[in-house]
Design a protein around this ligand. Structure first.
Ligand SMILES: *[C@@H]1O[C@H](CO)[C@@H](O)[C@H](O)[C@H]1NC(C)=O
Ligand SMILES: *[C@@H]1O[C@H](CO)[C@@H](O)[C@H](O)[C@H]1NC(C)=O
Ligand SMILES: *[C@@H]1O[C@H](CO)[C@@H](O)[C@H](O)[C@H]1NC(C)=O
Ligand SMILES: *[C@@H]1O[C@H](CO)[C@@H](O)[C@H](O)[C@H]1NC(C)=O
Ligand SMILES: *[C@@H]1O[C@H](CO)[C@@H](O)[C@H](O)[C@H]1NC(C)=O
Ligand SMILES: *[C@@H]1O[C@H](CO)[C@@H](O)[C@H](O)[C@H]1NC(C)=O
Ligand SMILES: *[C@@H]1O[C@H](CO)[C@@H](O)[C@H](O)[C@H]1NC(C)=O
Length: 383
């Protein structure tokens, strides 16, 4: 099951202006479905379903996958956005989370999911990190389906990162959150060398002796350079970690001093985390609606909260920023208005910018590459 559904779903920069609708895009007029002839009860239509507006079909939504809800989105897309499937697998969820670009090698790393029981992959595959070359991807980006043409290479991180879930660039290397595994595989932050031999070093594996529950997302603040990360419960809810031993919250870590402090709490299930490009705001998602083996609880959040980042790096003034209708990555403007979607017709747990105007999207059994006009967020590359 894809559990980290809302990581990093924000595009906050735009650089190109455009008035014409690109070939791969379509307008979605929300007035068309403000009033529906029939609305179904939650037992028949709920957050697990994809909403197909009247007049659209699954096919028409997929054929022009850039959905413009507000013309602001055109600036994000530019004149010729593209979406390419670059890899697929029959049922093994090879393309799950932790998309991160290594500027040094121009490669993109991501992690496999342990997967639902039906995938038959189980925890044996839960420490696998893979990579692709962006040069190879760029050569096929004019196609809609290029699966088979891009090499997906397994990276033998040593020691392995147990259930890698989030990743970001840090001091020229990649820092991962590990969800951990079992009673003794404690969740931890690992630093990985993005080049052979992909050696790793554990940076943090406890809070004053107490294990974390299952670390999820991670980001570095653009000014204070501290590492902020979320601790959620999905390891327990997916049956590979013990019951919670500490409150679910966001932490802040300074590896130079060793200081670990709480940055935010008050979540059902904290999940994704990021900063605005200028570092003045933080965004945290709460995916409490999806409670793993407990099922869905539709009265819980599928929300993004926004905080102000004070000069000392603490988070304040939490406000509800957005709420998603279902688990498909959407795009909001800085005021929390939905302006567009990139429609895959399937679940995506994670995407990330991989350089300006380029994005890699993990969708479990499919991996996508998109090009558009917008730039990404702050990425730390050098010391
Ligand atoms: C949500 O809707 C689907 C039908 O699309 C249904 O199968 C499922 O049981 C519903 N979930 C709940 C908890 O009612
Ligand atoms: C809703 O009902 C009206 C009147 O019967 C009909 O014209 C219209 O096509 C219906 N819309 C949809 C989406 O079924
Ligand atoms: C990596 O970053 C440097 C410095 O910001 C930049 O000059 C270089 O073009 C980047 N490399 C790639 C492959 O984009
Ligand atoms: C996982 O590995 C164990 C030990 O090698 C093996 O017994 C088991 O069948 C494997 N499970 C799957 C689903 O491959
Ligand atoms: C993509 O570009 C390549 C090389 O320029 C060309 O051979 C191929 O026909 C193009 N494919 C499509 C679908 O446009
Ligand atoms: C990898 O090994 C090299 C050489 O021993 C070392 O300098 C570097 O710090 C290591 N990196 C990590 C992330 O462990
Ligand atoms: C769903 O969440 C609500 C609000 O927290 C709670 O009262 C309710 O018991 C939960 N329902 C289930 C089925 O867990």
């Amino acid at each position: 099951m894809a559990l980290a559904t809302l990581s990093t779903c924000f595009l906050l920069l735009a650089s190109v202006s455009s008035a014409k609708l690109p070939a791969q895009a379509q307008f979605i007029d929300q007035r068309v479905f403000n009033v529906l002839n029939t609305t179904l009860p939650p037992s028949q239509f709920n957050a697990t379903n994809v909403f197909i507006p009247p007049g659209s079909t699954e096919d028409s939504l997929t054929k022009q996958p850039f959905h413009v809800y507000d013309k602001e989105f055109l600036k994000i897309l530019g004149n010729n956005p593209t979406l390419t499937r670059i890899a697929r697998s029959a049922k093994n969820p090879l393309y799950h989370e932790a998309v991160v670009w290594s500027n040094r090698t121009n490669e993109v790393f991501f992690a496999q999911n342990a997967g639902p029981p039906a995938a038959g992959t189980g925890l044996n595959k839960s420490a696998i990190i893979e990579k692709i070359s962006l040069a190879q991807v760029a050569a096929v980006s004019n196609r809609t389906d290029a699966s088979g043409l891009v090499d997906v290479i397994t990276v033998n991180a040593t020691p392995p990162v147990l259930n890698a879930n989030g990743a970001t660039n840090f001091r020229g290397q990649i820092v991962y959150t590990s969800e951990g595994q079992g009673d003794h595989g404690a969740p931890a932050l690992y630093l990985m060398n993005p080049e052979e031999p992909y050696n790793t070093t554990v940076l943090l594996n406890n809070f004053f002796g107490r294990q974390f529950n299952s670390l999820n997302d991670i980001v570095v603040h653009p000014q204070n350079k501290d590492i902020y990360f979320t601790d959620s419960l999905y390891g327990y809810l997916q049956d590979f970690r013990p019951a919670p031993g500490i409150q679910l919250q966001v932490y802040r870590f300074n590896p130079d001093t060793g200081a670990v402090t709480v940055a935010a709490d008050g979540f059902t299930l904290p999940n994704g985390f990021t900063f605005s490009p200028d570092g003045k705001h933080a965004y945290a998602t709460d995916t409490g609606i999806n409670q793993g083996f407990w099922g869905y609880n539709f009265s819980r959040p599928a929300s993004i909260y926004r905080y102000d980042v004070a000069d000392d790096g603490t988070l304040e003034n939490r406000k509800t920023f957005a709420f998603v209708n279902s688990g498909v990555p959407d795009v909001w403007n800085p005021h929390g208005k939905l302006i567009g979607k990139i429609y895959l017709g399937t679940t995506s747990a994670n995407f990330n910018f991989v350089g300006n105007g380029k994005m890699v999207i993990c969708a479990e059994t499919s991996l996508y590459y998109a090009t558009l006009a917008a730039g990404g967020n702050y990425v730390e590359s050098e010391m």
